[in-house]
Design a protein around this ligand. Structure first.
Ligand SMILES: Cc1cc2nc3c(=O)[nH]c(=O)nc-3n(C[C@H](O)[C@H](O)[C@H](O)COP(=O)(O)OP(=O)(O)OC[C@H]3O[C@@H](n4cnc5c(N)ncnc54)[C@H](O)[C@@H]3O)c2cc1C
Length: 376
């Protein structure tokens, strides 16, 4: 592929780059993808794979819901190893104050056509008997899904390749812009359109983009059949996920098809090393046990970390980068990039081809950024 010319060249073969490659290739464009590692090796390998509709803002809702529906449409084609399971999410309310939030969320979703069920203490207990006694209730969002992100990324990339996309792995991009992508081995690939889908590393290639790395920890347990049936997230999660400064942990657990339990989650700014931070891990597991005491005696088989690409307004950057006509961004998805990868690809390709997007795209355009998005 050295010194070649394509319609589109994408840096990053995470789930976002793979979804973009698939969408461009299926619309008949000549696509190349470059990654310094393997497909789905970055945040995509570290993420939880919760396909979740969120209501932090109208723009976040629109993107997550649109993308969730695209995942639903893709379901019949997904191979078994993607482990697509529509297990639903339960937002767990610990007290009456959080039950008020359950009711607010229920109305928000109902007004926008998302079916949800308000659970009282007994209904919650019936659905998830291993939660501790005394929870006030919760909100069941039945259409939420879990899947295994690296295999989903591989599926999308393989489909792109079937439609002619070329993939170059083990090659680091050192410079992109003005229709050219330079690789560390000296090769140059030219494209009418360049896409920076390098996730949390996007600022290394597009210097002014104000993305910060937000580190997260996850733990996976041994197999415990029947212990957990839904993705459970504490409503306090909203407070911690949205804090922009301090380290935070929240109760967020996911049932895997193997009956393993994925336990999250943490958020840290300024932690640049991928090592496990024992103190954060201790706090995260303590929080999980507070909600589900039965997690305490379980065996953990692996613990790891990953980096989310966080923007100041908590929305991704999808579209042209001001100042370079050839350069487009598809990054900044923070903790929702698995969910929103398919919608990202759709609206990026719509912009490039001039097709009418199915949702308003203005909230995600990099040009919304102004100075707020630069480090300067
Ligand atoms: C702990 C944790 C839990 C999460 N849980 C969820 C969840 O439940 N649901 C959800 O929707 N999202 C979740 N996320 C977020 C999700 O994982 C990310 O938003 C998503 O994976 C981002 O995908 P990406 O393709 O943009 O980036 P990545 O997967 O990071 O891919 C970027 C790629 O770019 C490559 N690259 C970077 N720089 C270069 C270069 N210079 N040259 C060549 N290649 C380069 C990297 O090798 C990598 O493969 C979670 C994230 C974390 C960390």
């Amino acid at each position: 592929m050295s010194d070649a010319t394509f319609d589109v060249v994408i840096v990053g073969a995470g789930i976002v780059g793979a979804a973009c490659a698939d969408e461009f290739a299926r619309r008949g464009m000549r696509v190349a993808v470059v990654d310094r590692d393997v497909v789905g090796s970055g945040a995509t390998a570290a993420g939880m794979g919760h396909i979740v509709v969120m209501d932090d803002s109208e723009a976040q809702f629109a993107l997550t819901r649109y993308s969730q529906q695209l995942w639903q449409g893709l379901r019949p084609e997904l191979p078994v190893d993607v482990e697509y399971e529509q297990c639903g999410t339960i937002w767990v309310a610990a007290d009456e104050e959080e039950m008020a939030e359950v009711r607010r969320k229920h109305s928000f979703y109902a007004e926008r056509g998302v079916p949800t069920t308000v659970l009282d203490t007994q209904a919650l207990r019936r659905l998830e008997p291993n939660l501790r006694d005394g929870m006030a209730g919760g909100l069941l969002v039945g259409e939420d899904v879990v899947l295994y992100p690296p295999c989903a990324a591989r599926f999308l990339m393989k489909r792109a390749q079937k439609h002619g996309a070329e993939l170059r792995l083990g090659a680091a991009v050192t410079d992109i812009g003005q229709g050219r992508m330079r690789l560390s081995d000296g090769a140059e690939i030219r494209g009418a359109v360049l896409v920076n889908a390098a996730g949390a590393w996007a600022p290394e290639l597009t210097g002014e983009v104000g993305i910060k790395r937000r580190k997260g920890h996850l733990v996976i347990t041994d197999r415990y059949p029947g212990f957990l049936r839904h993705q459970l997230v504490e409503l306090g999660y909203l407070k911690s996920a949205h804090s922009v400064s301090s380290d935070s942990v929240a109760f967020n657990v996911q049932p895997r098809r193997t009956w393993q339990i994925l336990i999250g989650s943490s958020r840290q700014y300024g932690a640049e090393h991928k090592d496990v931070d024992q103190e954060i891990l201790r706090r995260m597991l303590q929080r999980a046990q507070k909600y589900m005491p039965g997690l305490g005696p379980m065996s953990a088989v692996r613990t790891w970390t990953g980096f989310r690409a966080a923007t100041p307004d908590k929305l991704p950057l999808i579209g042209p980068w001001p100042g370079d006509k050839s350069l487009f961004l598809a990054t900044g998805h923070e903790g929702l990039g698995i969910t929103t990868s398919l919608a990202t690809a759709r609206i990026l390709v719509d912009q490039v081809t001039g097709a009418k997007p199915e949702i308003p795209i203005e909230p995600y355009l990099p040009s919304r950024a102004g100075k707020e998005f630069t480090h300067a």
